[in-house]
Write a protein that binds this ligand. Sequence first.
Ligand SMILES: [Zn+2]
Length: 304
Amino acid sequence: MATAMGNKIKAARKAAGFSMMALAQEIGATRTEIGEWEAGLSKPRRKQLASLADVLKLSTDELAAVPKQKPAAKPAKTKMAPSTSAASQGGTKLDERQLRAGIIETALIMSRTGLSPGRSGNVSARWKSGMLITPTGMAYEQLKPKDIVFVDAEGVPAAGARRPSSEWRFHLAGYETRADCQAIVHCHSTHAVVLACAHKPIPAFHYMVAVAGGMQIPLVPYATFGTEDLSTHVRGGLKNHSACLMANHGQIACAASLPAALELAQEVEGLAEQYYKVLTLGKPHILGDEEMQTVLTKFESYGQ
Ligand SMILES: [Zn+2]
């Protein structure tokens, strides 16, 4: 739930004409962080305060006063012995309970930052031979770690578990396709949907398109949600890119951790919005393959 200060940051950002991504680039933060501040989930770190205040013409005292809300799904203390089967998330070892809580936290941020209208998105993380995924038909606010569903590599949910998201098939396909993928975020974010419905992949209109690991953000063909056909298309999309648009549907992003997958989905939505706006002005200037290769090489050296 946005706080008064979160709303103030959002209003000041819009008045200054910044998208979340543009503001993030301006002050050296991530889009996820901007989204969290505006959603009242966290406050800017000390080193970000001065530049945020400067850019948005707000006082640092005001910004420092953004209340730190309790995370909706704080990993609970567990009596379990240190897990022998911890998941690797962005280099951090997490036990199952932490991973379940992390999935809920990711889904909540996705929802609160406007990435997944209604109950349209879903989140998963690789676990053991399969994955943990959000259940179908439950509001994220109500989710408890036990509600997150384990689905094995054959697509079979754990006995007694809730029903997994109807889109579990393409999550599983993502983990099969990408050995380096530890987490997947899928959502129907507005501008990704706009382009996906116009059957427009995102070309290299901006160098940041390389954030998905290639020279464009591809579009995969339409198939009915929840079907094996859609999984086949998603496999093709994620083979050489970390994110893709899904025709007449939305977008999917995979990464080495839950926060990284969420941030990538936010980047894709930001780029989709920018590309859509550029299209309204006419034919965009598309960066050449050689330049994009240079950018991709630089991104690799940044560890992205
Ligand atoms: Zn969907």
